[in-house]
Ligand binder design. Structure first.
Ligand code: SAH
Length: 241
């Protein structure tokens, strides 16, 4: 009975906010409520329970990472366009991939595919240092500016082909890839620290799987997690890796 009441209450809040948000942009209080509802119903209820991950998702202002016209949809249960034919991932996927890595505030993480900078901001709440590589110049520059305006000092953005990783700062305790290559890049395997974890979507569109790699005693074990749909990992000439 109480459960039913809570569900009905939340549905009412969501529909009120969606209707209200179409009419005018939500204010900060409404965005805070939208974030709380997102974390509870899209993320925690689907099985992501890592407390610090949930707190990071509740803290980072996702609406600041999407183009103005999509702001009121920023906390909805789907990816959104960020320009240059790229997308910001669905909140649940961001949470799931982050939780799988078991983030540690003493460790470093490498992200491939900075995009909007949102995933990097979430990681910055959970890791000591975040290194992130973006191949599209305009996206890399925009995220770098936004992340520095938001005061993140532990995020380092590089423009280049993430297939090659970021050797100077390796090895990384964790690697998260948010674009899909056809195979797991060898340089990323090499740049993974002993005991480290990598989460990466692999395969062509409509046949992609999220794969978890763990390096133990120099040996890498792979495990498929779930089917996913990410934009492809591209080369500097635009062709798919
Ligand atoms: N993590 C992002 C989601 C980005 S979508 C976010 O939170 O918004 C995937 C991104 O990967 C796109 O911005 C795309 O330009 C980038 N990408 C594709 N191929 C790449 C490559 N070889 N190296 C680095 N980034 C790449």
């Amino acid at each position: 009975m109480i459960k039913q009441f809570i569900v009905i209450f939340c549905l009412c809040v969501c529909s009120f906010l969606s209707v209200h948000c179409i009419a005018s942009e939500p204010d900060e209080k409404e965005y805070t409520l939208l974030r709380q509802v997102m974390v509870e119903y899209q993320i925690r209820k689907r099985g992501v329970t890592h407390q610090r991950v949930l707190e990071a998702l509740e803290k980072v202002h996702r609406h600041l990472f999407v183009p103005e016209k999509y702001r009121s949809q920023a906390y909805n249960d789907y990816p959104l366009p960020i320009g240059e034919d790229q997308t910001i991932s669905q909140p649940y996927i961001v949470a799931l991939m982050t939780e799988i890595l078991n983030p540690n505030p003493k460790k470093t993480v490498l992200e491939i595919g900075t995009g909007s900078g949102y995933q990097a901001a979430v990681l910055a709440e959970l890791y000591k240092e975040v290194y992130t590589v973006e191949i599209i110049d305009i996206l890399g520059k925009r995220s770098k500016k936004l992340l520095s305006e938001l005061g993140y000092q532990n995020i380092h953005v590089k423009i280049g082909d993430g297939y090659q990783g970021w050797k100077e700062h390796s090895p990384f305790d964790a690697i998260i890839v948010t674009c899909a290559p056809s195979h797991i890049p060898e340089p990323l395997k090499e740049q993974l620290a002993e005991g480290g974890k990598m989460i990466i979507p692999v395969g062509e569109a409509h046949n992609q799987k999220l794969v978890l790699l763990v390096k133990e005693n120099g040996i890498i074990r792979e495990k498929e997690v779930i089917p996913v749909l990410f934009v492809p990992m591209i080369r500097e000439n635009g062709k798919i890796h």
